[in-house]
Write a protein that binds this ligand. Structure first.
Ligand SMILES: Nc1ncnc2c1ncn2[C@@H]1O[C@H](COP(=O)(O)OP(=O)(O)OP(=O)(O)O)[C@@H](O)[C@H]1O
Ligand SMILES: [Mg+2]
Length: 235
């Protein structure tokens, strides 16, 4: 972890306006996250974790408040520049992998770099390097649904890493996995933060995993109830 702030959230509110009246889902959220920090967001179902993660990833907009990514006030960007920033800086991992089943593992992993227009040779080199790092290099020609859950999640992690993002956002990435496989996926994310200085923000219901992060942010009813800085935070 370095001292550089990679992500800053300022007075973030999010409400929805269904016919029955305004529902405030996130209330006055403020925090800063350092480059290479591993943060877990925990909280009861419906507390706003996924909503927050989607806004951090610029997939959704706040009602009021600002998000700075590397000091860029992201919601002042136009759609084109915002999509460019998202593709370059942010990787996403979801509970249910979100892979394309009719495409090969390799094709799934290449997608972010096809979108960003990277040349074929460079992106294939990078894909094989990342697959090797994650232990799935022998699976490149498989269709994802022939792989185990843990292997599919590694493919999703590989895809998230293809653009060399500074921030990886993971919404319950171990939620569909058994304990052992979930621990392995978690350890891979830890390795990314400690060895590659990738910032990881992970939503989880698993307290045994959360306590291995650098910090836990507890959400309750859309507010930060408390933050817990774990022992290694200042090391
Ligand atoms: N498009 C929407 N319109 C109205 N309300 C919404 C919308 N999306 C989410 N909500 C509400 O926002 C609240 C927070 O939802 P969110 O999905 O962020 O919770 P969560 O903490 O991720 O829950 P879980 O642990 O079950 O995944 C819920 O009450 C949900 O019903
Ligand atoms: Mg959720």
């Amino acid at each position: 972890m370095s001292d550089e702030t990679v992500l800053e959230v300022n007075d973030l509110f999010k409400s929805y306006f269904p016919s029955i009246g305004e529902i405030i889902v996130l209330k006055k959220i403020n925090f800063k996250i350092k480059a290479g920090e591993f943060v877990c967001i925990v909280g009861p179902s419906g507390s706003g974790k996924s909503t927050l993660l989607n806004i951090l990833g610029t997939l959704d907009r706040p009602t009021t408040g600002k998000i700075f990514i590397n000091d860029i006030d992201v919601f002042t960007l136009n759609d084109h520049n915002l999509a460019f920033l998202r593709n370059k800086k942010i990787g996403f991992i979801f509970q249910s992998y979100h892979l394309i089943n009719r495409a090969s593992v390799l094709k799934n992993i290449e997608i972010p770099c096809i979108i960003s227009g990277e040349g074929k040779k460079e992106r294939l080199n990078r894909a094989f390097k990342i697959m090797k790092m994650l232990g799935i290099n022998d699976k490149s020609d498989y269709k994802p649904h022939y792989l185990s859950g843990g292997q599919q999640q590694r493919v999703a992690i590989a895809r998230a890493l293809m653009t060399n993002p500074s921030i990886v956002l993971a919404d319950e990435p171990t939620g569909n996995l058994d304990t052992k496989t979930g621990n392995e996926v978690f350890d891979l994310l830890k390795m990314l933060s400690s060895q590659y200085n990738t910032t990881i923000i992970m939503v989880t219901h698993n307290h045994d995993l959360a306590i291995k992060a650098d910090r836990i942010i507890y959400l309750k009813d859309g507010e930060i109830e408390k933050e817990e800085y774990l022992k290694k935070y200042n090391i």
